[in-house]
Design a protein around this ligand. Structure first.
Ligand code: NAP
Length: 246
């Protein structure tokens, strides 16, 4: 079991929602955390709210679809901390539509933000982790990437791709002390799902065996497991879904 004390963690899309909860949980477990979101104001605000005793939280805005923005993130982190031990690829969006009505823009935006982003962010950080001969990468996928979902062909494809990326990085980097796993959340209470409206939310909840939406903290607990205790676990996908396996 690895201690998370003083490990350096980068969490993308961590201004709010699941990403923010992951950052808080890693911080609570003793890590130093980089809060990073496309929204600059939210990045600063969340970083200052979490900073508490000071010195353990860095807020650096980053658009994960933009290579220059990622380079700036990494350059800024390296001025404060010399290593990156944990990467959580969490940033994601939805642009839902039934397949026949889905525009190319809706398709591409979701693939860029949920899948290509992980390729772009992970590559330079893996270089660093390889030199360190240590790293923990956790990708936030979705049950939709495993089972599919009406109106989410773009999102399901991106998340399925992220799972493929997870398993391949796990194989290619196991010998260098780097693990790569994925958490696949079910239906979690965040701004992303609140946008669906009460009627649709209630219909989903009726189908969840545990009878409730998941909380961002439920996902954070799984990430902390992969980042800390799961030293001999790699290439895995953990569904955190209240028992809803469809
Ligand atoms: P959320 O509340 O919408 O938070 C996502 C955060 O990512 C937002 O602050 C968003 O900023 C940011 N973001 C969007 N595009 C970005 C970009 N290009 N670069 C950097 N940051 C960006 O969503 P969430 O529910 O916490 O979702 C977090 C992750 O969990 C996503 O990967 C999502 O697909 C996955 N997930 C969520 C659920 C669920 O039920 N909530 C289920 C399965 C998987 P803006 O708002 O400014 O765009």
């Amino acid at each position: 079991m690895d201690s998370l004390v003083d490990k350096v963690a980068v969490v993308t899309g961590s201004g709010r929602g699941i990403g923010r909860s992951i950052a808080e949980a890693l911080l609570h477990a003793g890590a130093k955390v980089v809060i990073s979101d496309i929204n600059e104001e939210l990045t600063r605000q969340t970083a200052s709210e979490l900073n508490g005793s000071g010195g353990r939280v860095l807020g650096v805005p980053c658009n994960v679809t933009n290579t220059e923005s990622i380079e700036t993130l990494l350059a800024t982190v390296s001025k404060s901390w010399e290593r990156i031990d944990i990467l959580v690829n969490n940033a994601g969006i939805t642009r839902d539509s039934l397949f026949m009505r889905m525009s190319e823009d809706q398709w591409q935006a979701v693939i860029d933000t949920n899948l290509t982003s992980a390729f772009k962010v992970t590559k330079p950080i893996l270089k660093l982790m390889s030199k360190q001969r240590y790293g923990r990468i956790v990708n936030i996928a979705s049950t939709t990437g495993i089972h599919g979902n009406f109106g989410q062909a773009n999102y399901a494809s991106a998340k399925a791709g992220l799972i493929g990326l997870t398993k391949t990085i796990a194989l290619e980097y196991a010998s260098r002390g780097i693990t790569c796993n994925a958490v696949a959340p079910g239906f979690i209470d965040t701004q992303m799902t609140r946008a669906l409206g009460e009627e649709i939310i209630n219909k989903f909840v009726e189908r969840i065996p545990m009878g409730r939406m998941g909380l961002p903290d439920d996902i954070a607990a799984a990430v902390v497991f992969f980042a800390g205790q799961a030293a001999y676990v790699t290439g895995q996908v953990l569904e955190v879904n209240g028992g809803l396996y469809t």
